[in-house]
Write a protein that binds this ligand. Sequence first.
Ligand code: NZQ
Ligand code: ZN
Length: 398
Amino acid sequence: MQNFSYQNPTKLIFGKGTIAEVANEIPANAKVLLTYGGGSIKKNGVYDVAKKALGNRLKAEFGGIEPNPRYETLIKTLDIIKKEDIDFLLAVGGGSVLDGTKFIALAAKHTGGDPWDFMVGKSPNPKSALPVASILTLPATGSESNANFVVSRNSTQEKFGGFSPLIYPKFSILDPETTYTLPAKQTANGVVDAFVHTMEQYLTGVGGVIEFAPLQDRWAESILTTLIEQGKRGIDEPQNYEVRATLMWSATMALNGLISRGVPEDWATHGIGHELTAFYGIDHGRTLAVVMPGLWRNQFAKKKAKLAQYGHRVWGLLSQKPGQEGRDEVAYLAIEKTEEFFESLGVPTHLKDYGVDSKEAAEKISQRFTDRGFTSEHGLGENGSIGPKEIKEILESR
Ligand code: NZQ
Ligand code: ZN
Protein backbone atom coordinates (compact mmCIF):
# COMPACT_ATOMS: atom_id res chain seq x y z
CA MET A 1 0.00 0.00 0.00
CA GLN A 2 1.23 3.50 -0.79
CA ASN A 3 1.56 6.18 1.91
CA PHE A 4 -1.39 8.55 2.08
CA SER A 5 -3.18 11.27 3.98
CA TYR A 6 -6.95 11.56 4.11
CA GLN A 7 -9.18 14.41 5.19
CA ASN A 8 -12.68 15.01 3.92
CA PRO A 9 -14.27 17.92 5.79
CA THR A 10 -17.71 17.86 4.11
CA LYS A 11 -20.60 17.19 6.46
CA LEU A 12 -23.14 14.92 4.78
CA ILE A 13 -26.79 15.13 5.79
CA PHE A 14 -28.60 12.17 4.27
CA GLY A 15 -32.25 11.21 4.05
CA LYS A 16 -35.88 12.18 3.56
CA GLY A 17 -36.88 15.72 4.43
CA THR A 18 -33.36 16.88 5.18
CA ILE A 19 -33.38 20.02 3.01
CA ALA A 20 -34.86 21.92 5.96
CA GLU A 21 -31.54 21.31 7.76
CA VAL A 22 -30.06 24.10 5.66
CA ALA A 23 -31.46 26.49 8.24
CA ASN A 24 -29.28 24.91 10.95
CA GLU A 25 -26.12 24.80 8.88
CA ILE A 26 -25.84 28.30 7.40
CA PRO A 27 -25.35 31.22 9.82
CA ALA A 28 -28.47 33.35 10.27
CA ASN A 29 -26.67 36.50 9.10
CA ALA A 30 -25.20 34.92 5.94
CA LYS A 31 -25.89 36.53 2.58
CA VAL A 32 -26.53 33.61 0.27
CA LEU A 33 -26.46 33.26 -3.51
CA LEU A 34 -28.55 30.25 -4.55
CA THR A 35 -27.35 28.71 -7.83
CA TYR A 36 -29.22 26.21 -10.00
CA GLY A 37 -29.49 24.76 -13.48
CA GLY A 38 -32.09 24.79 -16.20
CA GLY A 39 -35.13 24.63 -13.95
CA SER A 40 -35.61 21.00 -12.82
CA ILE A 41 -35.59 22.20 -9.21
CA LYS A 42 -38.53 24.49 -9.90
CA LYS A 43 -40.54 21.65 -11.45
CA ASN A 44 -39.94 19.11 -8.67
CA GLY A 45 -40.40 21.45 -5.72
CA VAL A 46 -36.82 21.37 -4.42
CA TYR A 47 -36.46 25.10 -5.12
CA ASP A 48 -39.43 26.00 -2.89
CA VAL A 49 -38.19 23.90 0.02
CA ALA A 50 -34.65 25.29 -0.28
CA LYS A 51 -35.92 28.84 -0.47
CA LYS A 52 -38.06 28.38 2.62
CA ALA A 53 -35.13 26.89 4.55
CA LEU A 54 -32.90 29.82 3.59
CA GLY A 55 -35.42 32.44 4.72
CA ASN A 56 -33.86 35.90 4.97
CA ARG A 57 -30.42 34.57 4.16
CA LEU A 58 -31.37 34.39 0.48
CA LYS A 59 -29.99 37.55 -1.11
CA ALA A 60 -29.82 36.54 -4.79
CA GLU A 61 -30.35 33.67 -7.23
CA PHE A 62 -28.55 32.59 -10.37
CA GLY A 63 -30.19 30.00 -12.62
CA GLY A 64 -29.23 28.66 -16.03
CA ILE A 65 -26.02 26.81 -15.20
CA GLU A 66 -25.97 24.33 -18.04
CA PRO A 67 -24.81 20.69 -18.12
CA ASN A 68 -21.02 20.81 -18.49
CA PRO A 69 -21.02 24.27 -16.92
CA ARG A 70 -19.50 26.98 -19.01
CA TYR A 71 -16.98 29.54 -17.95
CA GLU A 72 -18.85 32.13 -20.01
CA THR A 73 -22.02 31.55 -17.91
CA LEU A 74 -20.37 31.22 -14.51
CA ILE A 75 -18.38 34.41 -14.80
CA LYS A 76 -21.65 36.38 -14.98
CA THR A 77 -22.24 35.74 -11.27
CA LEU A 78 -19.27 37.84 -10.18
CA ASP A 79 -21.16 41.12 -10.60
CA ILE A 80 -24.08 39.81 -8.53
CA ILE A 81 -21.74 38.63 -5.78
CA LYS A 82 -20.12 42.03 -5.61
CA LYS A 83 -23.34 43.99 -5.78
CA GLU A 84 -25.16 41.91 -3.13
CA ASP A 85 -22.08 41.43 -0.95
CA ILE A 86 -22.62 37.64 -1.08
CA ASP A 87 -20.66 35.61 1.47
CA PHE A 88 -22.08 32.07 1.00
CA LEU A 89 -22.97 29.97 -2.06
CA LEU A 90 -25.65 27.27 -2.04
CA ALA A 91 -25.65 25.05 -5.14
CA VAL A 92 -28.87 23.14 -5.82
CA GLY A 93 -28.74 20.55 -8.59
CA GLY A 94 -26.51 17.98 -10.25
CA GLY A 95 -22.76 17.85 -10.69
CA SER A 96 -22.76 20.70 -13.19
CA VAL A 97 -24.39 23.16 -10.80
CA LEU A 98 -22.14 22.02 -7.95
CA ASP A 99 -18.95 22.20 -10.02
CA GLY A 100 -19.90 25.53 -11.54
CA THR A 101 -20.58 26.94 -8.08
CA LYS A 102 -17.22 25.72 -6.81
CA PHE A 103 -15.59 27.58 -9.70
CA ILE A 104 -17.58 30.71 -8.81
CA ALA A 105 -16.43 30.38 -5.16
CA LEU A 106 -12.80 30.54 -6.27
CA ALA A 107 -13.34 33.13 -9.00
CA ALA A 108 -15.04 35.51 -6.56
CA LYS A 109 -11.91 35.67 -4.43
CA HIS A 110 -9.39 35.60 -7.27
CA THR A 111 -7.31 38.70 -7.79
CA GLY A 112 -4.88 39.48 -10.57
CA GLY A 113 -5.81 37.47 -13.59
CA ASP A 114 -8.50 35.50 -15.35
CA PRO A 115 -10.17 32.79 -13.22
CA TRP A 116 -9.84 30.44 -16.23
CA ASP A 117 -6.20 30.22 -15.11
CA PHE A 118 -7.35 27.70 -12.45
CA MET A 119 -8.37 25.33 -15.21
CA VAL A 120 -5.24 25.53 -17.33
CA GLY A 121 -2.65 25.29 -14.61
CA LYS A 122 -1.55 28.95 -14.68
CA SER A 123 -2.93 29.59 -11.21
CA PRO A 124 -2.99 26.11 -9.69
CA ASN A 125 -3.16 27.00 -5.99
CA PRO A 126 -5.96 29.44 -5.25
CA LYS A 127 -5.55 31.21 -1.90
CA SER A 128 -9.16 31.68 -0.83
CA ALA A 129 -12.74 30.91 -1.75
CA LEU A 130 -16.27 31.75 -0.69
CA PRO A 131 -17.84 28.95 1.37
CA VAL A 132 -19.96 26.55 -0.71
CA ALA A 133 -22.64 24.04 0.29
CA SER A 134 -24.92 21.87 -1.82
CA ILE A 135 -28.29 20.22 -2.15
CA LEU A 136 -27.65 17.34 -4.54
CA THR A 137 -30.35 16.22 -6.97
CA LEU A 138 -28.42 13.84 -9.24
CA PRO A 139 -26.17 11.07 -7.89
CA ALA A 140 -23.21 10.68 -10.24
CA THR A 141 -20.18 12.88 -9.84
CA GLY A 142 -19.38 12.80 -6.12
CA SER A 143 -19.03 16.59 -6.35
CA GLU A 144 -21.16 16.87 -3.19
CA SER A 145 -18.32 15.38 -1.21
CA ASN A 146 -15.12 16.20 -3.06
CA ALA A 147 -12.93 19.15 -3.98
CA ASN A 148 -13.06 18.67 -7.77
CA PHE A 149 -14.73 20.88 -10.31
CA VAL A 150 -14.94 20.46 -14.08
CA VAL A 151 -15.59 23.50 -16.25
CA SER A 152 -15.97 23.91 -20.01
CA ARG A 153 -15.14 26.88 -22.19
CA ASN A 154 -17.37 27.38 -25.16
CA SER A 155 -15.15 29.67 -27.18
CA THR A 156 -12.25 27.21 -27.27
CA GLN A 157 -14.17 23.90 -27.03
CA GLU A 158 -12.15 23.00 -23.93
CA LYS A 159 -13.13 21.07 -20.80
CA PHE A 160 -10.81 20.78 -17.81
CA GLY A 161 -10.95 19.57 -14.24
CA GLY A 162 -9.55 21.43 -11.25
CA PHE A 163 -9.01 20.64 -7.58
CA SER A 164 -8.75 22.83 -4.51
CA PRO A 165 -9.25 21.81 -0.87
CA LEU A 166 -10.84 25.25 -0.40
CA ILE A 167 -14.01 24.18 -2.16
CA TYR A 168 -15.00 21.02 -0.34
CA PRO A 169 -18.66 21.76 0.36
CA LYS A 170 -19.18 22.86 3.98
CA PHE A 171 -22.14 20.50 3.99
CA SER A 172 -24.20 18.62 1.44
CA ILE A 173 -27.82 17.57 1.67
CA LEU A 174 -28.48 14.18 0.10
CA ASP A 175 -32.22 13.63 0.01
CA PRO A 176 -32.94 10.63 -2.26
CA GLU A 177 -36.51 11.84 -2.85
CA THR A 178 -35.11 14.75 -4.88
CA THR A 179 -33.97 12.18 -7.46
CA TYR A 180 -37.44 10.72 -8.15
CA THR A 181 -37.89 13.12 -11.07
CA LEU A 182 -34.65 12.24 -12.85
CA PRO A 183 -35.18 11.18 -16.46
CA ALA A 184 -34.10 7.56 -17.07
CA LYS A 185 -31.21 8.83 -19.17
CA GLN A 186 -29.78 10.89 -16.31
CA THR A 187 -30.21 8.06 -13.81
CA ALA A 188 -28.32 5.78 -16.21
CA ASN A 189 -25.60 8.37 -16.86
CA GLY A 190 -25.13 8.70 -13.10
CA VAL A 191 -24.81 4.95 -12.56
CA VAL A 192 -22.21 4.70 -15.31
CA ASP A 193 -20.30 7.72 -14.00
CA ALA A 194 -20.13 6.31 -10.45
CA PHE A 195 -19.16 2.89 -11.85
CA VAL A 196 -16.32 4.35 -13.89
CA HIS A 197 -15.13 6.52 -10.98
CA THR A 198 -14.78 3.33 -8.97
CA MET A 199 -12.92 1.67 -11.84
CA GLU A 200 -10.49 4.59 -12.24
CA GLN A 201 -9.35 3.90 -8.67
CA TYR A 202 -9.52 0.09 -8.82
CA LEU A 203 -8.89 -1.31 -12.28
CA THR A 204 -5.25 -0.30 -12.32
CA GLY A 205 -2.31 -2.43 -13.29
CA VAL A 206 1.10 -1.48 -12.02
CA GLY A 207 3.71 -4.20 -12.56
CA GLY A 208 0.98 -6.84 -12.54
CA VAL A 209 0.74 -6.70 -8.74
CA ILE A 210 -2.82 -7.16 -7.54
CA GLU A 211 -2.35 -8.23 -3.93
CA PHE A 212 -1.75 -4.59 -3.19
CA ALA A 213 -4.61 -3.23 -1.15
CA PRO A 214 -7.19 -5.94 -0.45
CA LEU A 215 -9.41 -3.67 1.67
CA GLN A 216 -9.58 -0.89 -0.94
CA ASP A 217 -10.26 -3.52 -3.62
CA ARG A 218 -13.19 -4.95 -1.70
CA TRP A 219 -14.62 -1.49 -1.03
CA ALA A 220 -14.47 -0.84 -4.76
CA GLU A 221 -15.95 -4.23 -5.61
CA SER A 222 -18.83 -3.63 -3.21
CA ILE A 223 -19.69 -0.36 -4.96
CA LEU A 224 -19.47 -1.99 -8.40
CA THR A 225 -21.64 -4.94 -7.36
CA THR A 226 -24.21 -2.61 -5.81
CA LEU A 227 -24.41 -0.44 -8.92
CA ILE A 228 -24.86 -3.54 -11.11
CA GLU A 229 -27.60 -4.84 -8.84
CA GLN A 230 -29.47 -1.55 -8.27
CA GLY A 231 -28.71 0.54 -11.38
CA LYS A 232 -31.47 -0.78 -13.61
CA ARG A 233 -33.90 -0.70 -10.70
CA GLY A 234 -33.31 3.05 -10.40
CA ILE A 235 -34.61 3.37 -13.96
CA ASP A 236 -37.48 0.88 -13.64
CA GLU A 237 -38.63 1.96 -10.17
CA PRO A 238 -37.91 5.70 -10.07
CA GLN A 239 -39.84 6.24 -6.82
CA ASN A 240 -38.38 3.33 -4.87
CA TYR A 241 -36.79 5.13 -1.93
CA GLU A 242 -34.39 2.37 -0.92
CA VAL A 243 -33.07 2.01 -4.47
CA ARG A 244 -32.67 5.76 -4.90
CA ALA A 245 -30.97 6.03 -1.50
CA THR A 246 -28.56 3.21 -2.35
CA LEU A 247 -27.64 4.77 -5.69
CA MET A 248 -27.08 8.14 -4.06
CA TRP A 249 -24.81 6.78 -1.35
CA SER A 250 -22.93 4.61 -3.87
CA ALA A 251 -22.14 7.58 -6.09
CA THR A 252 -20.90 9.61 -3.12
CA MET A 253 -18.69 6.77 -1.89
CA ALA A 254 -17.30 6.27 -5.40
CA LEU A 255 -15.64 9.68 -5.48
CA ASN A 256 -15.17 11.14 -2.02
CA GLY A 257 -11.50 10.24 -1.95
CA LEU A 258 -11.77 7.22 0.34
CA ILE A 259 -11.38 4.25 -2.03
CA SER A 260 -8.38 5.80 -3.78
CA ARG A 261 -6.25 6.18 -0.63
CA GLY A 262 -3.09 4.12 -0.88
CA VAL A 263 -3.67 2.81 -4.40
CA PRO A 264 -2.70 3.89 -7.93
CA GLU A 265 -5.28 5.85 -9.94
CA ASP A 266 -5.95 5.79 -13.67
CA TRP A 267 -8.28 8.63 -14.89
CA ALA A 268 -7.36 8.15 -18.57
CA THR A 269 -10.95 7.27 -19.48
CA HIS A 270 -12.03 10.60 -17.99
CA GLY A 271 -9.24 12.49 -19.75
CA ILE A 272 -10.31 11.16 -23.15
CA GLY A 273 -14.03 11.35 -22.32
CA HIS A 274 -13.80 15.07 -21.54
CA GLU A 275 -12.60 15.66 -25.10
CA LEU A 276 -15.60 13.78 -26.52
CA THR A 277 -17.84 16.12 -24.54
CA ALA A 278 -15.84 19.20 -25.54
CA PHE A 279 -15.93 18.42 -29.27
CA TYR A 280 -19.22 16.53 -29.68
CA GLY A 281 -21.34 17.44 -26.66
CA ILE A 282 -21.82 13.80 -25.58
CA ASP A 283 -23.03 13.54 -21.94
CA HIS A 284 -20.19 12.91 -19.49
CA GLY A 285 -21.31 9.43 -18.32
CA ARG A 286 -21.86 8.32 -21.90
CA THR A 287 -18.36 9.28 -23.00
CA LEU A 288 -17.01 6.98 -20.28
CA ALA A 289 -19.11 4.04 -21.48
CA VAL A 290 -17.58 4.52 -24.93
CA VAL A 291 -13.96 4.94 -23.89
CA MET A 292 -13.34 2.56 -20.98
CA PRO A 293 -13.90 -0.81 -22.69
CA GLY A 294 -11.66 0.29 -25.58
CA LEU A 295 -9.00 1.51 -23.19
CA TRP A 296 -9.01 -1.82 -21.32
CA ARG A 297 -8.51 -3.77 -24.54
CA ASN A 298 -5.73 -1.41 -25.61
CA GLN A 299 -3.94 -1.73 -22.26
CA PHE A 300 -4.83 -5.38 -21.79
CA ALA A 301 -1.32 -6.64 -21.00
CA LYS A 302 -0.97 -4.19 -18.12
CA LYS A 303 -4.49 -4.48 -16.78
CA LYS A 304 -5.34 -8.14 -17.31
CA ALA A 305 -4.48 -9.33 -13.81
CA LYS A 306 -6.89 -6.86 -12.23
CA LEU A 307 -9.48 -7.44 -14.96
CA ALA A 308 -9.43 -11.14 -14.10
CA GLN A 309 -9.93 -10.34 -10.41
CA TYR A 310 -12.82 -8.04 -11.31
CA GLY A 311 -14.36 -10.66 -13.62
CA HIS A 312 -14.12 -13.33 -10.99
CA ARG A 313 -15.21 -11.37 -7.92
CA VAL A 314 -17.79 -8.99 -9.39
CA TRP A 315 -19.24 -11.01 -12.27
CA GLY A 316 -18.61 -14.49 -10.83
CA LEU A 317 -16.77 -15.55 -13.99
CA LEU A 318 -14.85 -18.80 -13.95
CA SER A 319 -12.85 -20.53 -16.66
CA GLN A 320 -12.31 -24.21 -17.36
CA LYS A 321 -8.94 -23.40 -18.91
CA PRO A 322 -5.87 -23.77 -16.70
CA GLY A 323 -3.49 -21.08 -15.43
CA GLN A 324 -2.87 -17.84 -17.29
CA GLU A 325 -4.97 -18.86 -20.28
CA GLY A 326 -8.02 -19.16 -18.06
CA ARG A 327 -7.30 -15.86 -16.32
CA ASP A 328 -6.95 -14.06 -19.66
CA GLU A 329 -10.27 -15.51 -20.78
CA VAL A 330 -11.99 -14.21 -17.64
CA ALA A 331 -10.34 -10.81 -18.16
CA TYR A 332 -11.68 -10.56 -21.74
CA LEU A 333 -15.14 -11.71 -20.69
CA ALA A 334 -15.16 -9.09 -17.91
CA ILE A 335 -14.79 -6.35 -20.53
CA GLU A 336 -17.72 -7.76 -22.50
CA LYS A 337 -19.84 -8.03 -19.35
CA THR A 338 -19.13 -4.37 -18.59
CA GLU A 339 -20.23 -3.29 -22.07
CA GLU A 340 -23.40 -5.36 -21.75
CA PHE A 341 -24.10 -3.73 -18.37
CA PHE A 342 -23.84 -0.21 -19.79
CA GLU A 343 -26.03 -1.15 -22.78
CA SER A 344 -28.60 -2.71 -20.43
CA LEU A 345 -28.99 0.72 -18.82
CA GLY A 346 -29.67 2.24 -22.23
CA VAL A 347 -26.20 3.76 -22.49
CA PRO A 348 -24.67 3.04 -25.90
CA THR A 349 -20.98 2.12 -25.96
CA HIS A 350 -19.94 3.06 -29.51
CA LEU A 351 -19.41 6.42 -31.17
CA LYS A 352 -21.62 5.64 -34.16
CA ASP A 353 -24.54 5.38 -31.70
CA TYR A 354 -23.99 9.10 -31.00
CA GLY A 355 -23.62 9.99 -34.69
CA VAL A 356 -19.87 10.50 -34.32
CA ASP A 357 -17.36 9.12 -36.82
CA SER A 358 -14.75 7.23 -34.79
CA LYS A 359 -11.94 7.86 -37.25
CA GLU A 360 -12.51 11.59 -37.24
CA ALA A 361 -12.80 11.73 -33.44
CA ALA A 362 -9.63 9.66 -33.08
CA GLU A 363 -7.68 12.07 -35.32
CA LYS A 364 -8.97 15.21 -33.70
CA ILE A 365 -8.55 14.12 -30.09
CA SER A 366 -5.17 12.45 -30.46
CA GLN A 367 -3.92 15.62 -32.19
CA ARG A 368 -5.05 17.65 -29.21
CA PHE A 369 -3.00 15.47 -26.86
CA THR A 370 0.00 15.77 -29.20
CA ASP A 371 -0.35 19.55 -29.10
CA ARG A 372 -0.39 19.40 -25.32
CA GLY A 373 2.90 17.50 -25.27
CA PHE A 374 1.66 14.01 -24.30
CA THR A 375 3.57 10.93 -25.49
CA SER A 376 3.32 7.15 -24.95
CA GLU A 377 6.00 7.52 -22.26
CA HIS A 378 4.48 10.61 -20.62
CA GLY A 379 0.81 10.04 -21.15
CA LEU A 380 -2.43 9.39 -19.28
CA GLY A 381 -3.18 6.50 -16.93
CA GLU A 382 -1.55 4.90 -13.93
CA ASN A 383 1.45 3.88 -16.03
CA GLY A 384 1.59 7.13 -18.04
CA SER A 385 1.45 4.87 -21.10
CA ILE A 386 -1.55 6.31 -22.93
CA GLY A 387 -0.33 8.94 -25.37
CA PRO A 388 -1.71 10.25 -28.67
CA LYS A 389 -0.97 6.95 -30.46
CA GLU A 390 -2.92 4.88 -27.91
CA ILE A 391 -5.74 7.45 -27.75
CA LYS A 392 -6.09 7.20 -31.53
CA GLU A 393 -6.20 3.39 -31.37
CA ILE A 394 -8.73 3.42 -28.53
CA LEU A 395 -11.11 5.82 -30.24
CA GLU A 396 -10.78 4.18 -33.67
CA SER A 397 -11.83 0.91 -32.01
CA ARG A 398 -15.06 2.49 -30.76
O1 NZQ B 1 -30.25 21.82 -15.24
P1 NZQ B 1 -31.43 21.18 -14.63
O2 NZQ B 1 -32.73 21.74 -15.08
O3 NZQ B 1 -31.32 21.09 -13.13
O4 NZQ B 1 -31.49 19.65 -15.20
C1 NZQ B 1 -30.43 18.74 -15.05
C2 NZQ B 1 -29.60 18.55 -16.32
O5 NZQ B 1 -30.35 18.80 -17.46
C3 NZQ B 1 -31.02 17.37 -14.84
N1 NZQ B 1 -31.37 17.08 -13.45
C4 NZQ B 1 -30.58 17.13 -12.36
N2 NZQ B 1 -31.25 16.74 -11.26
C5 NZQ B 1 -32.51 16.46 -11.67
C6 NZQ B 1 -32.60 16.69 -13.06
N3 NZQ B 1 -33.74 16.50 -13.74
C7 NZQ B 1 -34.83 16.07 -13.06
N4 NZQ B 1 -34.80 15.81 -11.73
C8 NZQ B 1 -33.67 15.98 -11.01
N5 NZQ B 1 -33.65 15.66 -9.71
O6 NZQ B 1 -30.02 16.47 -15.26
C9 NZQ B 1 -29.27 17.07 -16.32
C10 NZQ B 1 -27.79 16.78 -16.13
O7 NZQ B 1 -27.30 17.44 -14.99
P2 NZQ B 1 -25.73 17.56 -14.71
O8 NZQ B 1 -25.56 18.29 -13.43
O9 NZQ B 1 -25.04 18.10 -15.92
O10 NZQ B 1 -25.27 16.03 -14.57
P3 NZQ B 1 -24.14 15.37 -13.72
O11 NZQ B 1 -24.49 15.36 -12.28
O12 NZQ B 1 -23.90 14.09 -14.39
O13 NZQ B 1 -22.87 16.34 -13.87
C11 NZQ B 1 -22.05 16.31 -15.00
C12 NZQ B 1 -20.90 17.28 -14.84
O14 NZQ B 1 -20.06 16.92 -13.73
C13 NZQ B 1 -18.70 16.76 -14.16
C14 NZQ B 1 -18.88 16.33 -15.60
O15 NZQ B 1 -17.70 16.46 -16.35
C15 NZQ B 1 -19.98 17.26 -16.07
O16 NZQ B 1 -19.47 18.53 -16.36
N6 NZQ B 1 -17.97 15.85 -13.28
C16 NZQ B 1 -17.65 16.29 -12.05
C17 NZQ B 1 -16.87 15.55 -11.18
C18 NZQ B 1 -16.49 16.04 -9.85
N7 NZQ B 1 -16.86 17.24 -9.46
O17 NZQ B 1 -15.81 15.33 -9.09
C19 NZQ B 1 -16.35 14.23 -11.55
C20 NZQ B 1 -17.00 13.64 -12.75
O18 NZQ B 1 -16.09 12.72 -13.33
C21 NZQ B 1 -17.42 14.61 -13.80
O19 NZQ B 1 -16.34 14.94 -14.64
ZN1 ZN C 1 -17.00 11.11 -14.08
